[in-house]
Design a protein around this ligand. Structure first.
Ligand code: PHE
Length: 452
């Protein structure tokens, strides 16, 4: 018999269902849109190298910490901390996460709207024939600076997210991810193979994979670590919330490992597509802006036999991948209001959803529609402030809380349920308590090196 709590909160149908949902949260615009852009702007291969190290040592550590905290407490981020340290100020980690999630969603849904808009562009045949880089750039500029189009698709993505979330965790999330994520993966592999056989691919690959260490600096490290948190959905409690639905018999270590691996693999593939294509179409590899992915994917699609169909498929799947991430972003504030404030799920979803939409308006207007927001690069600024810095701060406090306040011994005990041996435990505890917090303090220090 199901008890009351299990019925209202839900639990993943199986370990596989959890992995799909968590991977669905992790894989999204962060991998396909944001990753190539930050690689391009931060020195290429050297960034990729720091990024991989950041995922392996820092990202994995925080992922396991969040999942453990979530499964132990079976609650949203605020409730999880309150469960362990009742009435303590540590709860602010949860509030920070909720705030961060709402801000990330506000610009993320705008970019997700671009992906949805590109489905219609693909259907209309905009990417057919001899597509040049100039034409593709123009298509993006025309689209992203037209407030009407941007708003329609931004509203569509918020609406879909609201709709899915209001139907509850199991029915809503599980259903979508199982079939569509593997399809996206296959299509990306196909595009990578095509990109690697373009003339000039070698030069693009060299920028992407052959590190130039003279380009290594504080900004590179700051962006690489921040991107790792963003891409793995860490630092704001997404994985605490998702972890709260995991069964006690599941192995948290292998789950965290698998999600981190799959996410990184897809990001690396996206780069394998973007950089060879840039060179092949005579474009510079190191000036990527917010539109980079949207300018480049149509080009490679136009080089594929059956590009018309694959183009529709690609942007549809990208939209779905973005949706499984927006769902996880909205789930954090919603689960807080439902668990802690006894709101109905519907009310929580609508109130937060509409608020986020309003918050996203300046981002939607910042790619050409309104000069002021365009000039201050509003979307890029919010993406950096919340998708990078705020997540890093959140991750820092999560490590300190799990390692020192809750206590690493108790965390290990929770992990042992489902993984009694946990061979990596000493490395994990070392990273949780020393390596990761110090690394984050170190990158936060580099904020001062940023210009303008
Ligand atoms: N990880 C998601 C992506 O890469 C974005 C995200 C960040 C989702 C933080 C949830 C929480 O697209």
């Amino acid at each position: 018999m199901e008890n009351q709590e299990a019925t209202t909160r839900g639990i993943w149908g199986s370990k596989v269902a959890f992995i799909f949902a968590a991977t669905g949260s992790a894989i999204g615009l962060g991998n396909i849109w944001r990753f190539p852009t930050v690689v391009s702007q931060n020195g290429g291969a050297v960034f990729v190298l720091v990024y991989i190290l950041a995922v392996a040592f820092i990202g994995f550590t925080v992922m396991l910490a969040e999942l453990t905290l979530g499964r132990h407490s079976q609650r949203n981020p605020v409730g999880a901390i309150d469960h362990i340290k009742p009435g303590s100020p540590w709860k602010f980690i949860g509030y920070l996460g909720i705030l961060t999630g709402v801000f990330i969603l506000s610009f993320y849904a705008v970019v997700a709207g671009w992906a949805a808009g590109y489905v219609f562009k693909a259907v209309s045949g905009a990417f057919q024939g001899e597509l040049t880089a100039e034409m593709s750039n123009q298509i993006f500029t025309d689209f992203s600076s037209d407030p009407l189009q941007v708003f329609i698709f931004f509203a569509l993505m918020m609406g879909l997210t609201i709709f899915i979330i209001s139907k509850g965790v199991k029915k809503g999330i599980e259903k979508w991810t199982k079939i569509l994520m593997p399809a996206l993966f296959l299509l990306i592999v196909l595009l990578a193979v095509r990109a690697l056989t373009l003339p000039g691919a070698g030069q693009g690959l060299s920028f992407y994979l052959n590190p130039d260490f003279s380009k290594l600096n504080g900004t590179v490290i700051l962006f690489a670590v921040g991107q790792a948190f963003f891409s793995l959905s860490l630092g704001m409690g997404t994985m605490i919330t998702y972890g709260s639905y995991i069964s006690k018999s599941d192995n948290l270590v292998s789950s965290a490992g698998w999600v981190s691996f799959a996410d990184t693999f897809v990001a690396l593939l996206a780069g394998l597509i973007i950089f060879p294509t840039l060179v092949s179409f005579g474009q510079p590899v190191d000036v990527g802006g917010e539109g980079l992915a949207f300018q480049i994917f149509p080009l490679i699609l136009s080089k594929l036999p059956g590009g018309y169909i694959f183009g529709i498929l690609f942007f549809t799947l990208l939209t779905v991948a973005a949706l499984t991430s927006t769902i996880s972003l909205l789930e954090v504030p919603v689960s807080y209001l439902v668990d802690e404030k006894n709101w109905s799920r519907k009310k929580a979803v609508w109130v937060i959803g509409i608020f986020t939409f309003i918050l996203g308006i300046p981002s939607a207007l910042s790619t050409g529609a309104v000069e002021f927001f365009t000039k201050i690069k509003f979307l890029g600024f919010i993406a950096f402030a919340f998708g990078n810095i705020s997540l890093a701060v959140g991750a820092l406090f999560i490590c300190v809380f799990v390692g020192y306040i809750w206590g690493w011994k108790k965390a290990i005990k929770e992990i042992a349920s489902g993984n009694p041996r946990f061979r990596l435990r000493f490395i994990w505890v070392f990273s949780l308590m020393f390596l990761t917090p110090i690394a984050i303090l170190f990158i936060l220090y580099f904020i001062k090196t940023l210009r303008g």
